[in-house]
Design a protein around this ligand. Structure first.
Ligand code: PGA
Length: 260
């Protein structure tokens, strides 16, 4: 794991955007795995800025989002379809046909989950997956106890996640308890993983993921087994890391050829 601690969330987001920019310029038909939530908003804003001002071209890029609420229509303002259209898709030149999210309204959910995995494979696999982390250690919506070998499937959200995300629903009765999410195994197949975590509420989960044992109780800890997982943290999210001075030292002393 590479731990990059930045002064604040904006600096961490800009550093992550630069990695994605470099990938797309090197591989214009790159396949990106995308995340929702409050964490990647600045990352998307910076990618949009690079598209508008610096010619970053998404016309051949393919995307797959991590998850979607079961039962929410794409037009629902709390759906991840809606989030992605508003915060990213509509502001770059990405082809709608190449922007994928799980289908929260699928009539046959297991078949839709299998098809999502097949679509990822048919696209050549995910080159770079963007991740946030839940306060309970989830990645995607793989809540604690998720199999570390899991694939795209339905999950039931924890009470903690339901509470964390309640702010997105004006009518609490509309908040789904179930989601379709890529599995931990799906995420682990991405060639590069960038995980972003900001704020003190994420410090405990980050420390458990980086310095705790690899365990299904902290799904993000599976990333310890990933050959190319990079964590972009602000000071607060790095606050509980015992070796944070070492991670800073590593970053400051990286040979140029090894830098992103
Ligand atoms: P957040 O969610 O970015 O809204 O904090 C992250 C997550 O639950 O993975």
């Amino acid at each position: 794991m590479e731990i990059i601690i930045q002064p604040d969330a904006d600096a961490a987001s800009l550093a992550g955007a630069a990695v994605i920019d470099a990938l797309i310029r090197r591989k214009p038909a790159a396949v990106l795995g995308l995340a929702t939530g409050s964490t990647p908003l600045t990352l998307y804003r910076e990618l949009i800025r690079r598209h508008r001002e610096e010619g970053l071209d998404f016309s051949r890029v393919t995307t797959f989002n991590l998850d979607e609420y079961l039962g929410l229509a794409p037009a629902h303002p709390a759906s991840y379809h809606f989030y992605m259209r508003e915060n990213f898709f509509h502001q770059v030149n990405l082809s709608a046909a190449r922007a994928h999210l799980p289908d929260g309204l699928a009539a046959d959910v297991p078949a839709a989950c299998r098809r999502y995995e097949e679509q990822i494979a048919a696209a050549g696999g995910i080159d770079l997956q963007v991740l946030g982390i839940g306060a309970d250690g989830h990645i995607g919506f793989n809540e604690p106890s998720s199999s570390l070998a899991s694939r795209t499937r339905v999950k039931t959200l924890t009470m903690e996640t339901l509470r964390d995300n309640a702010r997105h629903f004006t009518d609490p009765g509309e908040q789904p308890r179930h989601v379709i999410t890529m599995g931990v195994g799906t995420i682990m197949d991405a060639r590069t993983v960038l995980l972003f975590a900001f704020g003190p509420a994420k410090a405990r989960a980050v420390a458990a993921a980086v310095e705790g044992p690899v365990t299904a109780s902290v799904p993000a800890s599976a990333l310890q087994l990933h050959p190319r997982a990079v964590l972009f943290l602000d000071q607060a999210a790095a606050g509980d890391l015992r070796r944070r001075e070492y991670y800073r030292w590593v970053h400051e002393n990286k040979p140029d050829w090894q830098r992103f």
